[in-house]
Design a protein around this ligand. Structure first.
Ligand SMILES: CC(C)(COP(=O)(O)OP(=O)(O)OC[C@H]1O[C@@H](n2cnc3c(N)ncnc32)[C@H](O)[C@@H]1OP(=O)(O)O)[C@@H](O)C(=O)NCCC(=O)NCCS
Length: 373
Protein backbone atom coordinates (compact mmCIF):
# COMPACT_ATOMS: atom_id res chain seq x y z
CA UNK A 1 0.00 0.00 0.00
CA UNK A 2 1.47 3.38 -1.09
CA UNK A 3 1.13 6.24 1.41
CA UNK A 4 -1.18 8.93 -0.03
CA UNK A 5 0.03 12.54 -0.21
CA UNK A 6 -2.02 15.61 -1.15
CA UNK A 7 -0.74 18.77 -2.87
CA UNK A 8 -3.33 21.20 -4.29
CA UNK A 9 -2.78 21.55 -8.04
CA UNK A 10 -0.23 18.69 -7.76
CA UNK A 11 2.34 21.43 -7.00
CA UNK A 12 5.79 19.94 -6.54
CA UNK A 13 4.54 16.41 -7.18
CA UNK A 14 6.51 14.23 -9.62
CA UNK A 15 3.70 12.60 -11.60
CA UNK A 16 5.85 10.51 -13.96
CA UNK A 17 9.19 10.15 -15.70
CA UNK A 18 10.16 11.51 -19.10
CA UNK A 19 13.14 11.59 -21.45
CA UNK A 20 11.64 14.37 -23.57
CA UNK A 21 12.27 17.63 -21.69
CA UNK A 22 13.77 18.90 -18.45
CA UNK A 23 12.28 22.06 -16.92
CA UNK A 24 14.62 23.45 -14.24
CA UNK A 25 14.82 26.81 -12.48
CA UNK A 26 18.04 27.54 -14.34
CA UNK A 27 17.52 25.77 -17.66
CA UNK A 28 15.13 24.17 -20.14
CA UNK A 29 16.25 21.39 -22.44
CA UNK A 30 14.63 19.14 -25.03
CA UNK A 31 16.23 15.68 -24.97
CA UNK A 32 19.42 17.16 -23.50
CA UNK A 33 19.74 20.15 -25.85
CA UNK A 34 19.50 23.55 -24.19
CA UNK A 35 16.62 25.67 -25.49
CA UNK A 36 18.91 28.63 -26.30
CA UNK A 37 21.12 26.34 -28.40
CA UNK A 38 18.08 24.95 -30.23
CA UNK A 39 16.61 28.43 -30.74
CA UNK A 40 19.84 29.66 -32.29
CA UNK A 41 20.89 26.67 -34.33
CA UNK A 42 17.86 24.66 -35.45
CA UNK A 43 14.53 24.99 -37.22
CA UNK A 44 11.12 23.88 -35.96
CA UNK A 45 11.15 20.82 -38.24
CA UNK A 46 14.47 19.71 -36.70
CA UNK A 47 12.99 20.18 -33.22
CA UNK A 48 9.90 18.19 -34.20
CA UNK A 49 12.20 15.35 -35.30
CA UNK A 50 14.15 15.63 -32.05
CA UNK A 51 10.97 15.32 -29.99
CA UNK A 52 9.33 12.57 -32.01
CA UNK A 53 12.35 10.46 -32.99
CA UNK A 54 14.64 11.10 -30.01
CA UNK A 55 17.43 13.03 -31.74
CA UNK A 56 18.16 15.85 -34.16
CA UNK A 57 17.85 14.70 -37.77
CA UNK A 58 20.61 14.11 -40.27
CA UNK A 59 20.11 15.96 -43.59
CA UNK A 60 18.53 12.81 -45.02
CA UNK A 61 16.16 12.38 -42.08
CA UNK A 62 15.17 16.06 -42.24
CA UNK A 63 14.41 15.80 -45.92
CA UNK A 64 12.30 12.65 -45.24
CA UNK A 65 10.32 14.54 -42.61
CA UNK A 66 9.80 17.48 -44.99
CA UNK A 67 8.65 15.10 -47.74
CA UNK A 68 6.14 13.40 -45.41
CA UNK A 69 4.85 16.79 -44.24
CA UNK A 70 4.41 17.92 -47.85
CA UNK A 71 2.50 14.72 -48.68
CA UNK A 72 0.02 15.05 -45.82
CA UNK A 73 -0.42 18.84 -45.88
CA UNK A 74 -3.46 19.16 -48.17
CA UNK A 75 -6.57 19.11 -45.97
CA UNK A 76 -9.30 16.61 -46.90
CA UNK A 77 -12.16 18.42 -48.70
CA UNK A 78 -14.50 17.16 -45.97
CA UNK A 79 -12.50 19.10 -43.37
CA UNK A 80 -12.69 22.28 -45.45
CA UNK A 81 -16.46 21.78 -45.81
CA UNK A 82 -16.81 21.53 -42.02
CA UNK A 83 -14.72 24.69 -41.63
CA UNK A 84 -17.11 26.54 -43.95
CA UNK A 85 -20.03 25.60 -41.72
CA UNK A 86 -18.63 26.86 -38.40
CA UNK A 87 -20.06 30.30 -37.47
CA UNK A 88 -17.58 33.14 -37.88
CA UNK A 89 -17.75 34.18 -34.22
CA UNK A 90 -16.53 30.82 -32.89
CA UNK A 91 -13.04 31.25 -31.33
CA UNK A 92 -10.30 29.67 -33.43
CA UNK A 93 -9.27 27.38 -30.55
CA UNK A 94 -12.76 25.86 -30.54
CA UNK A 95 -12.66 25.53 -34.32
CA UNK A 96 -9.32 23.75 -34.05
CA UNK A 97 -10.57 21.40 -31.34
CA UNK A 98 -13.65 20.36 -33.35
CA UNK A 99 -11.85 20.17 -36.67
CA UNK A 100 -8.93 18.10 -35.39
CA UNK A 101 -11.45 15.67 -33.95
CA UNK A 102 -13.31 15.52 -37.28
CA UNK A 103 -10.08 15.23 -39.27
CA UNK A 104 -9.29 12.16 -37.17
CA UNK A 105 -11.87 10.27 -39.28
CA UNK A 106 -9.59 10.80 -42.30
CA UNK A 107 -6.34 9.78 -40.58
CA UNK A 108 -4.18 8.39 -43.42
CA UNK A 109 -1.96 6.40 -41.03
CA UNK A 110 -3.01 2.92 -40.01
CA UNK A 111 -1.68 1.01 -36.99
CA UNK A 112 -0.32 1.87 -33.56
CA UNK A 113 3.29 0.72 -33.69
CA UNK A 114 5.77 3.43 -32.60
CA UNK A 115 6.57 4.36 -36.21
CA UNK A 116 2.86 4.59 -37.07
CA UNK A 117 2.37 6.89 -34.08
CA UNK A 118 5.27 9.08 -35.22
CA UNK A 119 3.83 9.35 -38.73
CA UNK A 120 0.42 10.16 -37.22
CA UNK A 121 2.12 12.91 -35.21
CA UNK A 122 3.61 14.41 -38.38
CA UNK A 123 0.16 14.27 -39.98
CA UNK A 124 -1.32 16.07 -36.95
CA UNK A 125 1.38 18.75 -37.28
CA UNK A 126 0.32 19.29 -40.89
CA UNK A 127 -3.44 19.23 -40.17
CA UNK A 128 -3.29 21.69 -37.28
CA UNK A 129 -1.30 24.21 -39.35
CA UNK A 130 -3.60 23.64 -42.35
CA UNK A 131 -6.75 24.22 -40.27
CA UNK A 132 -5.40 27.44 -38.72
CA UNK A 133 -4.43 28.81 -42.14
CA UNK A 134 -7.74 27.78 -43.77
CA UNK A 135 -9.82 29.29 -40.97
CA UNK A 136 -7.83 32.54 -41.24
CA UNK A 137 -8.69 32.74 -44.96
CA UNK A 138 -12.35 31.77 -44.63
CA UNK A 139 -12.82 34.48 -42.01
CA UNK A 140 -11.57 36.97 -44.58
CA UNK A 141 -13.94 35.55 -47.23
CA UNK A 142 -11.04 34.05 -49.13
CA UNK A 143 -10.65 30.48 -50.34
CA UNK A 144 -8.20 28.17 -48.52
CA UNK A 145 -4.92 27.87 -50.43
CA UNK A 146 -3.06 24.78 -51.57
CA UNK A 147 0.37 24.35 -49.98
CA UNK A 148 3.33 25.75 -51.91
CA UNK A 149 6.21 23.31 -52.35
CA UNK A 150 9.59 24.16 -50.86
CA UNK A 151 8.54 26.35 -47.93
CA UNK A 152 9.48 25.70 -44.29
CA UNK A 153 6.64 24.74 -41.94
CA UNK A 154 6.50 28.29 -40.52
CA UNK A 155 6.62 29.97 -43.94
CA UNK A 156 4.03 27.52 -45.27
CA UNK A 157 1.61 28.33 -42.47
CA UNK A 158 1.94 32.07 -43.07
CA UNK A 159 1.73 31.65 -46.85
CA UNK A 160 -1.41 29.51 -46.68
CA UNK A 161 -3.02 32.04 -44.31
CA UNK A 162 -1.98 35.35 -45.85
CA UNK A 163 -1.56 34.33 -49.47
CA UNK A 164 1.95 35.75 -49.89
CA UNK A 165 5.32 34.26 -49.05
CA UNK A 166 6.33 35.84 -45.74
CA UNK A 167 9.58 37.81 -45.45
CA UNK A 168 12.61 36.40 -43.67
CA UNK A 169 11.87 38.17 -40.37
CA UNK A 170 8.30 36.87 -40.11
CA UNK A 171 9.37 33.33 -41.04
CA UNK A 172 12.24 33.33 -38.56
CA UNK A 173 10.14 34.72 -35.72
CA UNK A 174 7.25 32.31 -36.21
CA UNK A 175 9.78 29.47 -36.47
CA UNK A 176 11.43 30.65 -33.23
CA UNK A 177 8.12 30.75 -31.34
CA UNK A 178 7.28 27.27 -32.65
CA UNK A 179 10.63 26.02 -31.27
CA UNK A 180 10.07 27.72 -27.91
CA UNK A 181 6.50 26.44 -27.58
CA UNK A 182 7.14 22.87 -28.73
CA UNK A 183 7.63 21.12 -25.41
CA UNK A 184 7.54 21.74 -21.66
CA UNK A 185 7.31 18.37 -19.85
CA UNK A 186 4.32 17.82 -17.51
CA UNK A 187 2.43 21.08 -18.08
CA UNK A 188 -1.36 20.82 -17.84
CA UNK A 189 -2.12 20.06 -21.50
CA UNK A 190 0.68 17.52 -21.85
CA UNK A 191 -0.44 15.84 -18.66
CA UNK A 192 -3.97 15.70 -20.12
CA UNK A 193 -2.65 13.99 -23.27
CA UNK A 194 -0.71 11.50 -21.14
CA UNK A 195 -3.83 10.70 -19.11
CA UNK A 196 -5.69 9.94 -22.35
CA UNK A 197 -2.76 7.81 -23.60
CA UNK A 198 -2.67 5.95 -20.29
CA UNK A 199 -6.18 4.57 -20.85
CA UNK A 200 -4.95 3.10 -24.17
CA UNK A 201 -7.18 5.54 -26.07
CA UNK A 202 -6.03 7.01 -29.41
CA UNK A 203 -3.68 9.84 -30.31
CA UNK A 204 -6.30 12.12 -31.88
CA UNK A 205 -8.44 11.95 -28.71
CA UNK A 206 -5.35 12.85 -26.68
CA UNK A 207 -4.55 15.85 -28.90
CA UNK A 208 -8.15 17.08 -28.69
CA UNK A 209 -7.86 16.91 -24.87
CA UNK A 210 -4.58 18.82 -25.17
CA UNK A 211 -6.21 21.58 -27.24
CA UNK A 212 -9.08 21.96 -24.75
CA UNK A 213 -6.62 22.18 -21.87
CA UNK A 214 -4.25 24.60 -23.56
CA UNK A 215 -7.09 27.01 -24.34
CA UNK A 216 -7.47 28.28 -20.76
CA UNK A 217 -5.88 31.66 -19.97
CA UNK A 218 -3.89 30.17 -17.07
CA UNK A 219 -2.14 28.04 -19.70
CA UNK A 220 -1.67 28.68 -23.45
CA UNK A 221 -4.61 31.08 -23.66
CA UNK A 222 -2.35 33.55 -21.84
CA UNK A 223 -0.68 34.73 -25.09
CA UNK A 224 -4.05 36.05 -26.32
CA UNK A 225 -5.04 37.36 -22.87
CA UNK A 226 -1.70 39.20 -22.51
CA UNK A 227 -2.08 40.86 -25.91
CA UNK A 228 -5.71 41.79 -25.24
CA UNK A 229 -4.46 43.49 -22.07
CA UNK A 230 -1.69 45.42 -23.91
CA UNK A 231 -3.99 46.33 -26.81
CA UNK A 232 -6.22 48.42 -24.53
CA UNK A 233 -3.42 50.96 -23.88
CA UNK A 234 -2.49 53.81 -26.18
CA UNK A 235 0.49 54.92 -24.10
CA UNK A 236 2.95 53.75 -21.45
CA UNK A 237 1.29 56.14 -18.99
CA UNK A 238 -2.08 54.42 -19.46
CA UNK A 239 -0.39 51.05 -18.87
CA UNK A 240 1.35 52.35 -15.71
CA UNK A 241 -1.95 53.62 -14.33
CA UNK A 242 -3.61 50.28 -15.07
CA UNK A 243 -0.91 48.18 -13.37
CA UNK A 244 -1.19 50.29 -10.21
CA UNK A 245 -4.92 49.52 -10.11
CA UNK A 246 -4.25 45.85 -10.83
CA UNK A 247 -1.89 45.75 -7.82
CA UNK A 248 -4.46 47.42 -5.59
CA UNK A 249 -7.24 45.10 -6.70
CA UNK A 250 -4.91 42.07 -6.64
CA UNK A 251 -5.75 41.23 -10.24
CA UNK A 252 -3.81 38.54 -12.09
CA UNK A 253 -1.69 39.93 -14.89
CA UNK A 254 -1.73 37.58 -17.85
CA UNK A 255 1.61 36.48 -19.30
CA UNK A 256 3.33 36.63 -15.89
CA UNK A 257 4.18 33.98 -13.34
CA UNK A 258 4.77 30.27 -13.69
CA UNK A 259 4.15 27.17 -11.60
CA UNK A 260 7.77 26.01 -11.94
CA UNK A 261 9.90 29.01 -12.92
CA UNK A 262 10.03 31.42 -10.01
CA UNK A 263 12.99 33.51 -11.27
CA UNK A 264 12.02 33.93 -14.91
CA UNK A 265 11.20 31.85 -17.97
CA UNK A 266 14.20 31.13 -20.24
CA UNK A 267 11.96 31.18 -23.31
CA UNK A 268 10.72 34.69 -22.47
CA UNK A 269 14.32 36.02 -22.32
CA UNK A 270 15.13 34.54 -25.72
CA UNK A 271 11.98 35.89 -27.36
CA UNK A 272 12.05 39.32 -25.71
CA UNK A 273 15.42 40.17 -27.30
CA UNK A 274 14.02 39.32 -30.74
CA UNK A 275 10.83 41.24 -30.01
CA UNK A 276 12.78 44.42 -29.19
CA UNK A 277 14.61 44.18 -32.52
CA UNK A 278 11.33 43.55 -34.35
CA UNK A 279 9.63 46.55 -32.73
CA UNK A 280 12.55 48.78 -33.77
CA UNK A 281 12.57 47.43 -37.31
CA UNK A 282 8.84 48.13 -37.60
CA UNK A 283 9.10 51.59 -36.00
CA UNK A 284 6.75 50.36 -33.26
CA UNK A 285 8.80 51.09 -30.15
CA UNK A 286 5.70 52.58 -28.51
CA UNK A 287 4.59 48.99 -27.92
CA UNK A 288 7.81 48.19 -26.08
CA UNK A 289 7.23 51.20 -23.81
CA UNK A 290 3.77 49.85 -22.99
CA UNK A 291 5.25 46.35 -22.59
CA UNK A 292 7.89 47.64 -20.14
CA UNK A 293 5.37 49.78 -18.24
CA UNK A 294 3.65 46.54 -17.19
CA UNK A 295 6.75 44.36 -16.93
CA UNK A 296 9.02 46.61 -14.83
CA UNK A 297 6.71 46.95 -11.79
CA UNK A 298 5.77 43.25 -12.01
CA UNK A 299 9.45 42.26 -11.87
CA UNK A 300 10.84 44.97 -9.58
CA UNK A 301 8.02 45.22 -7.07
CA UNK A 302 6.25 41.85 -7.21
CA UNK A 303 9.19 39.66 -8.32
CA UNK A 304 6.81 37.97 -10.76
CA UNK A 305 8.47 37.47 -14.14
CA UNK A 306 7.08 37.34 -17.69
CA UNK A 307 6.50 33.86 -19.06
CA UNK A 308 6.91 33.10 -22.77
CA UNK A 309 3.33 34.14 -23.53
CA UNK A 310 4.00 37.79 -22.66
CA UNK A 311 6.54 38.54 -25.40
CA UNK A 312 4.88 36.03 -27.73
CA UNK A 313 1.55 37.85 -27.83
CA UNK A 314 3.20 41.12 -28.86
CA UNK A 315 5.51 39.38 -31.33
CA UNK A 316 2.55 37.90 -33.19
CA UNK A 317 0.75 41.26 -33.00
CA UNK A 318 3.68 43.10 -34.59
CA UNK A 319 3.75 40.44 -37.30
CA UNK A 320 0.20 41.53 -38.08
CA UNK A 321 -1.54 38.34 -36.95
CA UNK A 322 -5.05 38.45 -35.41
CA UNK A 323 -5.14 37.84 -31.64
CA UNK A 324 -7.58 34.92 -31.97
CA UNK A 325 -4.85 32.99 -33.83
CA UNK A 326 -2.18 33.10 -31.10
CA UNK A 327 -3.17 30.10 -28.98
CA UNK A 328 -3.92 28.05 -32.13
CA UNK A 329 -0.35 28.81 -33.26
CA UNK A 330 0.79 27.48 -29.88
CA UNK A 331 -1.11 24.26 -30.71
CA UNK A 332 0.64 24.04 -34.11
CA UNK A 333 3.88 23.81 -32.17
CA UNK A 334 2.94 21.93 -28.97
CA UNK A 335 1.26 19.17 -30.97
CA UNK A 336 4.79 17.79 -31.43
CA UNK A 337 5.46 17.68 -27.67
CA UNK A 338 2.01 16.22 -26.96
CA UNK A 339 2.55 13.45 -29.50
CA UNK A 340 6.04 12.69 -28.17
CA UNK A 341 4.53 12.31 -24.70
CA UNK A 342 1.66 10.22 -26.02
CA UNK A 343 4.18 7.82 -27.57
CA UNK A 344 6.37 7.76 -24.46
CA UNK A 345 3.35 7.01 -22.26
CA UNK A 346 1.98 4.37 -24.63
CA UNK A 347 5.33 2.59 -24.86
CA UNK A 348 5.73 2.28 -21.10
CA UNK A 349 2.22 2.55 -19.80
CA UNK A 350 0.65 2.54 -16.39
CA UNK A 351 -2.89 3.88 -16.05
CA UNK A 352 -2.83 7.40 -14.54
CA UNK A 353 -5.40 7.28 -11.78
CA UNK A 354 -4.72 9.39 -8.69
CA UNK A 355 -6.85 9.56 -5.55
CA UNK A 356 -8.98 12.36 -4.19
CA UNK A 357 -9.61 13.40 -0.61
CA UNK A 358 -13.34 13.26 0.09
CA UNK A 359 -14.67 16.41 1.81
CA UNK A 360 -18.43 15.89 1.23
CA UNK A 361 -21.19 14.92 3.70
CA UNK A 362 -20.80 11.93 6.02
CA UNK A 363 -22.61 8.74 5.00
CA UNK A 364 -26.41 9.17 5.14
CA UNK A 365 -29.63 7.31 4.25
CA UNK A 366 -31.77 7.98 1.16
CA UNK A 367 -35.13 9.42 2.29
CA UNK A 368 -38.24 8.54 0.23
CA UNK A 369 -38.83 11.34 -2.32
CA UNK A 370 -42.08 12.55 -0.68
CA UNK A 371 -40.23 13.17 2.60
CA UNK A 372 -37.36 15.23 1.12
CA UNK A 373 -37.37 18.97 1.77
C1 LIG B 1 0.82 30.45 -14.23
C2 LIG B 1 0.13 30.53 -12.88
C3 LIG B 1 -1.23 29.89 -12.97
C4 LIG B 1 1.01 29.81 -11.87
O1 LIG B 1 0.33 29.86 -10.70
P1 LIG B 1 0.78 29.20 -9.31
O2 LIG B 1 2.00 28.38 -9.44
O3 LIG B 1 -0.42 28.55 -8.79
O4 LIG B 1 1.23 30.49 -8.56
P2 LIG B 1 0.48 31.12 -7.37
O5 LIG B 1 -0.94 31.44 -7.79
O6 LIG B 1 0.69 30.24 -6.20
O7 LIG B 1 1.25 32.48 -7.21
C5 LIG B 1 1.98 32.87 -6.09
C6 LIG B 1 1.65 34.33 -5.80
O8 LIG B 1 1.98 35.12 -6.94
C7 LIG B 1 0.81 35.78 -7.41
N1 LIG B 1 0.80 35.70 -8.88
C8 LIG B 1 1.19 34.65 -9.63
N2 LIG B 1 1.02 34.95 -10.93
C9 LIG B 1 0.52 36.20 -10.97
C10 LIG B 1 0.13 37.04 -12.02
N3 LIG B 1 0.25 36.63 -13.29
N4 LIG B 1 -0.35 38.26 -11.72
C11 LIG B 1 -0.46 38.68 -10.45
N5 LIG B 1 -0.10 37.91 -9.39
C12 LIG B 1 0.38 36.69 -9.66
C13 LIG B 1 -0.36 34.99 -6.86
O9 LIG B 1 -1.51 35.78 -6.77
C14 LIG B 1 0.17 34.56 -5.53
O10 LIG B 1 0.09 35.65 -4.65
P3 LIG B 1 -0.35 35.44 -3.11
O11 LIG B 1 0.74 34.54 -2.54
O12 LIG B 1 -0.39 36.82 -2.56
O13 LIG B 1 -1.67 34.76 -3.16
C15 LIG B 1 -0.03 32.01 -12.44
O14 LIG B 1 1.25 32.60 -12.35
C16 LIG B 1 -0.92 32.79 -13.38
O15 LIG B 1 -2.15 32.74 -13.25
N6 LIG B 1 -0.32 33.52 -14.36
C17 LIG B 1 -1.14 34.26 -15.32
C18 LIG B 1 -1.54 33.34 -16.47
C19 LIG B 1 -0.40 32.99 -17.35
O16 LIG B 1 0.37 33.82 -17.78
N7 LIG B 1 -0.30 31.70 -17.66
C20 LIG B 1 0.72 31.17 -18.55
C21 LIG B 1 1.63 30.29 -17.78
S1 LIG B 1 2.99 29.76 -18.79
Amino acid sequence: MVEAIYKPGLEGVIAGETTIAAVEQTSLSYRGYNIADLAENTTFEEVAHLLLYGDLPTSKQLSQLQTTLAQVRPLPQEVIQVLRKIPTDVPMMDVLRSTLSFAGHFDPVKGDAPDDLRRRAVWLMAVSAGVVAARFRLLKNREPLDPKPGLSHAAQLLYQAIGEEPDETATRLLDLTLILYAEHEYNASTFATRIVASTMSDMVSAIVAGVGTLKGPLHGGANEAAMNMLAQFDSADAASKWIREAFEKKHKVMGFGHRVYKNGDHRAHILEDELRTLAEQKGQTKWMEIYDAIKDPMVNEKKIYPNVDYPCGLTYYLLGLPIDMYTPLFVCSRVTGWCAHFIEQAMNNRLIRPLSRYTGPAERKVAPIAQRV
